[in-house]
Design a protein around this ligand. Structure first.
Ligand code: ZN
Length: 138
């Protein structure tokens, strides 16, 4: 017997037991495997990942979630590039000058080390660090 996590096009995931993987394949071909939630036969085997609880739809959700996060980060990056000034390596210096001189209200972005960032935060300067998503990736 072999247990598969099955994912339906409706987004639900459930478990089912089969005599073998070839039994699964033939049932699947004959559309005899039905979603227990919506009875659709558009059911696929979930990707098996070791070390993850198999009885939930976590695997499916995780990849969906990662895509969403990535998209949000990408949108965020675009927003920052459009609305803020890139100061590159001078980030902590520029951040201080904005904070202390109140020269400009325009936001800045750039590179800083975690140490510099925590120094800035200690000085009461608002710093947000975000993962800089590479645009070329999908
Ligand atoms: Zn379904």
């Amino acid at each position: 017997m072999i247990k598969y996590d099955l994912t339906c096009k409706c987004g639900e995931t459930f478990e089912s037991w089969f005599a073998s993987s070839s039994e699964f394949d033939s049932l699947c071909r004959k559309k005899l495997i039905k979603c227990i939630y919506c009875e659709s036969s558009s059911v696929k085997k979930s990707v098996m990942a070791p070390n993850l609880p198999s009885k939930s739809n976590k695997i499916f959700e995780k990849s969906k979630l990662e895509k969403n996060i990535k998209k949000q980060l990408l949108d965020f990056r675009k927003y920052i590039e459009k609305n803020c000034r890139n100061v590159g390596e001078n980030f902590s210096r520029e951040a201080r000058s904005i904070h202390y001189d109140k020269k400009t209200s325009k936001g800045i972005y750039g590179k800083t080390t975690p140490e510099e960032a925590s120094e800035l935060i200690e000085e009461g300067i608002e710093v947000v660090s975000i993962p800089w998503v590479d645009k070329s990736e999908n």
